[in-house]
Design a protein around this ligand. Structure first.
Ligand SMILES: [Zn+2]
Length: 1008
């Protein structure tokens, strides 16, 4: 401890300075405090003992003498600068002790004395960092003083100029209004230009940055931005940045300049007639009548001061937990039944497996939901030699009805380790197997809408497809033109026979039949080709896109260039759901867009430049928000041309598109060439806040809503192709119906008990399917799985697909599961949302996942009846072992679970050990829901399985991986049961033998 510490300890600082201020004491104090290191603790200690006040008082006393002694003042200023940085109340103290005035006076006196002036500036810089003192300095003329010091480019006194510019920047945080009023903006811009053009060696970057910081603080004000625009600020800064974008040493200048450009880009409304969805649907009980509100210019008046916008290049991912209830009130458990007990009896009919014998329940042909499609039953999926190894569903074995255990070549785990799932069956369509054509040509009057049929006919030439025609008319039943019907059917037949492609668990004819009966709010008349034709997972996972540094800047500059160099701007609306008249000018050279098909979402497309398009996605039906999901067709492209697309009305503040995720693309030409595959595509992808803006009056929110741009470039694989672009691998309601039917028809009903029935109808009149999977043994515990309450989370459907296929497979694990459980699965809780291209909501525009607490039978029928089924099972003492709801997650990586309170779960399950072991082996992440979560009183184990859009290992999930997760989830259910205390000895023995025989590492699971 030296003398400084001793003095501090004795509390003598103040007295020392007040009564013995002398050259000697300052000089002595200076030595230890100005030492470069090890003084931080000391300074803080000194501050706590009144050191700041002592120093400031000394400054005032010294400066107010007739001839101030600079031998004392200069070291004192250096001390003040150093101490001030660490004292949060320094500005206030300086103000109270009148040190501000004194320093300003000294600075004025020393305008020509660089050394003295510099020291004053250092002190002022610290004073100005507090808002109050900054404002006070502004009032006292500090800005005028500083602007005298900050000269145009010079190589003289640059230290002083730098300090003055930095003080000014600090002052303008609080005195920006004064600066605008005094018209400093043009002068600051001139200074910027002057320094920027002369400082070719980049020797004075800090001065240039400080000047820009001044402008940036001014640009926080609406009047400041107006002054900036009036002074040609956009043009000036644009050319500055444009010219030095590649210069690393100018990074501080570039980033500050870009921030100013983004701040000052004039805010404007989205180019939409209304912020409400383009689709509306009359639904019961809409509280606020959301009549589409036409937006007027006055809605977009700027609200003045705004939050500073960060360059999202440097932003971390903000993780949002959309799938977790965050409202604590809604988390409190609601004891008792939420409906009359007698109502529960309606669900008895959905649990026939409890009251009838298995034989009685065996489904008879013509007895299922789809009696008008029974002819389809002749169409079987026959595995071929080309089937994947470890085939689980073997037609021969199944149809033979053999009861003996089916040998499998590889275990589930080893398959997963090999990285490929093989729980598929491959089908092959031979010529003449097409029994569907007759259904169409003999069926009731069906036809196609619009001119598509003639297009199809005209274009049906093998070598020159009209890609637009391959949009696949859904064949609306309201038309009765049998000639056209036949033509269409023939066209589809010819297409399928010319390009036969065996598709796993898919059939285009069946899809078409399903799609025909799927009704949508907008009465879609077309099918999307990928859904109709089918998708084969790519052979290998695709790596994440390497994130290139600086892409966002280039994109933002291109956006700014629209304003500054508008000569190449086209701004032509080429597609719009809001305009009833046809906008598509097929003769012109622009791309054509289309989205009026199931799960489609694109509201408007505007050609901005020759190869650049602004796109707007539709809000959820009966809503003004949730724009994120997109799925649309684009055609008329040229080959080898990078097209830039900007989705300009995204809502979320950040996106995995900033971190390597790509969108998905399906090319019709590629499909016809034998590669019917959704692939990850796009480059130069980034996501950033744009200049579009909705005023408070419209949103009712505290501040005007802002929007984000997702930009990406796509070079299409072929010219004149039809390509589909989507947020993620689409999975439609019709795809689900098709899949379930094929599954039902491929299972051996002697081994697999499968039933599908209608749980309820949605608001849109769509049947919500409830499926039951088991085997012939009765009286087993239930497992309940649901998915897709959020329509934009299509990955959840792919996981569900994997779960379903695994459950009907002949994999021994699946067999064991069927024999020990009854699975009640609702694969799509929100088909209305899925069909109509919603991202999050039901047709009432509400998030169904927030309605579990008190659902209404009329407003949220899906949730009401799903919960009713759970209630019923509980009322008869058969609460499910597990209830799991599959979700997708847009902002997290990997696969993870949200679960109920483990304690509660274990208590209810009467398990003795174990917590998160269910998932350990596949690196799941487990997160615990608060106790008394919405449903936790109903069931013993509640999970939400969330699948992110891509994982951490540098790979993006493909549909294959997602389906694998579904299979792995089933294995997890078995392991969970094995770990529970109630597991029967017989099951344990069988499972242990089965699992151990396949994989020794499973020992870990079985250590109960
Ligand atoms: Zn979700």
């Amino acid at each position: 401890m030296d003398w400084l510490d001793l003095l501090a300890v004795q509390g003598t600082f103040k007295s020392l300075f007040q009564h013995h201020s002398s050259k000697a004491s300052i000089l002595r104090l200076r030595a230890p405090l100005l030492a470069p290191s090890g003084t931080d603790r000391r300074i803080r200690y000194m501050i706590s003992k009144g050191g700041s006040e002592a120093l400031l008082q000394t400054l005032v006393d010294t400066a107010r003498t007739a001839s101030p002694d600079y031998v004392i003042l200069l070291p004192l200023f250096r001390l003040l600068a150093k101490v001030g940085l660490r004292d949060k109340k320094f500005g206030q103290k300086a103000l109270e002790l009148e040190a501000l005035d004194v320093t300003l006076i000294l600075a004025r006196k020393n305008l020509c004395h660089s050394q003295n002036l510099l020291h004053c500036l250092w002190a002022l810089r610290v004073f100005a960092s507090s808002v109050t003192t900054g404002a006070m300095l502004g009032i006292n003329g500090a800005m005028e003083l500083l602007l005298k010091v900050i000269t145009p480019y010079t190589q003289q006194r640059t230290q002083v100029i730098r300090a003055a510019a930095e003080v000014l920047a600090a002052l303008l945080k609080s005195s920006n209004r004064r600066a605008v009023n005094r018209s400093y903006v043009p002068g600051l811009l001139r200074l910027h230009q002057d320094w920027h053009s002369h400082d070719t060696a980049n020797s004075f970057v800090p001065i240039r940055r400080a000047l820009l910081l001044c402008l940036k603080h001014i640009a926080k004000l609406r009047s400041g931005r107006e002054a900036f625009l009036a002074a040609q600020g956009m043009e000036i800064l644009f050319s500055t940045i444009q010219n030095c974008l590649d210069d690393q040493s100018l990074e501080p200048v570039i980033s500050t300049g870009l921030q100013i450009l983004r701040q000052c880009y004039p805010k404007s409304p989205l180019p939409l007639v209304t912020s409400s969805s383009a689709y509306s649907f009359p639904v019961p009980g809409i509280v606020t009548s959301e009549t589409p509100r036409v937006l007027t210019e006055e809605d977009y008046e700027d609200d003045g001061e705004e939050e500073e916008d960060k360059d999202s290049d440097s932003e971390d991912v903000k993780e949002e937990d959309d799938d977790l209830e965050t409202d604590v009130n809604k988390l409190s458990s609601k004891p008792g039944l939420d409906r009359p007990e007698e109502e529960l009896m309606q669900y008895k009919a959905m649990c026939l497996e409890l009251s009838c014998s298995f034989e009685e329940l065996e489904s008879k042909p013509g007895d299922d939901l789809n009696s008008d499609e029974t002819e389809y039953a002749n169409h079987h999926h026959i595995p071929t030699a080309a089937s994947p190894k470890g085939l689980c569903l073997n037609k021969d074995q199944i149809s033979g009805g053999q009861e003996k255990e089916v040998p499998v070549q590889t275990s589930l785990l080893s398959r997963v380790k090999m990285g490929r799932s093989s729980v598929h069956v491959t089908s092959k369509r031979g010529p003449g197997m097409n029994s569907y054509r007759n259904v169409h040509s003999n069926g009731p009057g069906i036809g196609s809408s619009g001119s598509d049929v003639s297009d199809i006919q005209a274009s049906f030439r093998e070598d020159a497809w009209d890609m637009d025609a391959i949009s696949c008319p859904r064949i609306s039943a309201s038309f009765s033109n049998s000639t056209k019907t036949r033509e269409t059917a023939e066209f589809i037949d010819q297409l399928l026979q010319t390009y036969p492609k065996p598709m796993v668990f898919h059939d285009p004819y069946l899809y078409m039949a399903k799609a025909r009966r799927t009704t949508s709010v907008a009465d879609f008349s077309m099918m999307a080709f990928p859904d109709f034709w089918g998708h084969c997972p790519p052979l290998s996972a695709q790596p994440m896109l390497q994130r290139k540094c600086g892409v966002q800047r280039i994109k933002i500059l291109e956006d700014v260039r629209r304003l500054i160099q508008p000569s190449d701007i086209i701004n032509k609306v080429v597609f719009s759901l809001d305009e009833p008249w046809p906008l598509q000018d097929t003769a012109s050279d622009c791309l054509q867009f289309f989205s009026a098909f199931e799960s489609g979402n694109l509201r408007k497309a505007i050609q901005v430049r020759e190869f650049e398009y602004d796109l707007l996605v539709n809000a959820d039906v009966n809503s003004t928000q949730h724009q994120q999901w997109f799925y649309f067709k684009v055609s008329g492209m040229r080959a080898a041309v990078p097209y830039r697309f900007n989705i300009i009305n995204c809502e979320k503040p950040n996106s995995q598109f900033n971190y390597g995720m790509q969108l998905t693309l399906y090319s019709v030409k590629e499909a016809l060439l034998g590669r019917p595959t959704w692939v990850r595509t796009g480059y130069d992808i980034c996501y950033y806040k744009n200049h579009y803006h909705q005023r408070t009056a419209v949103t009712g929110a505290a501040s005007g809503k802002c929007y984000y741009t997702l930009t990406f470039a796509v070079t299409f694989p072929h010219a004149e192709d039809a390509c589909y672009l989507a947020y993620h691998y689409p999975y439609t309601y019709s795809a689900l119906l098709t899949h379930l039917d094929i599954l039902e028809k491929s299972v051996n009903h002697k081994q697999v008990y499968f039933r599908q029935e209608v749980l309820c109808q949605t608001l849109g009149g769509i049947p919500v399917l409830l499926t039951t999977w088991s085997s012939s043994v009765r009286q087993r515990p239930y497992q309940v799985i649901t998915a897709r309450v959020h329509p934009g989370e299509s990955n959840a459907s792919w996981v569900m697909k994997g779960t379903l296929e695994f459950l009907v497979s002949s994999d021994p694990v699946a067999r064991l599961l069927r024999e020990n459980f009854i699975f009640k699965i609702i694969p799509m809780l929100n088909p209305d949302g899925v069909i109509n291209g919603n991202h999050r909501c039901s047709l009432r525009g509400e998030d169904l996942n927030r309605q579990w607490l008190s659902p209404s039978a009329h407003l949220q029928p899906t949730i009401y009846h799903a919960k009713g089924l759970l209630h019923y099972l509980g009322s008869i003492g058969r609460s499910p072992m597990v209830f799991c709801d599959f979700h997708g997650h847009s902002q997290k990586k990997n696969v993870f679970l949200y679960g109920c309170s483990i304690k509660e779960t274990l208590w209810q399950a009467e398990a003795t050990v174990g917590t998160s072991n269910l998932s350990e082996d596949v690196s799941y992440r487990v997160r615990i829901l608060p106790p008394n979560h919405r449903l936790s009183s109903l069931i013993s184990t509640l999970f939400s399985l969330l699948t992110a859009l891509f994982n951490r290992q540098g790979l993006q999930f493909g549909t294959g991986e997602l389906e694998e997760m579904g299979a792995m989830f089933c294995l997890g259910l078995l392991v969970l049961e094995l770990k529970s205390g109630s597991c029967s000895h017989q099951l344990l023995t069988r499972a242990a033998a089965l699992l151990n025989a396949e994989e020794e590492s499973l020992d870990v699971y079985l250590q109960r």
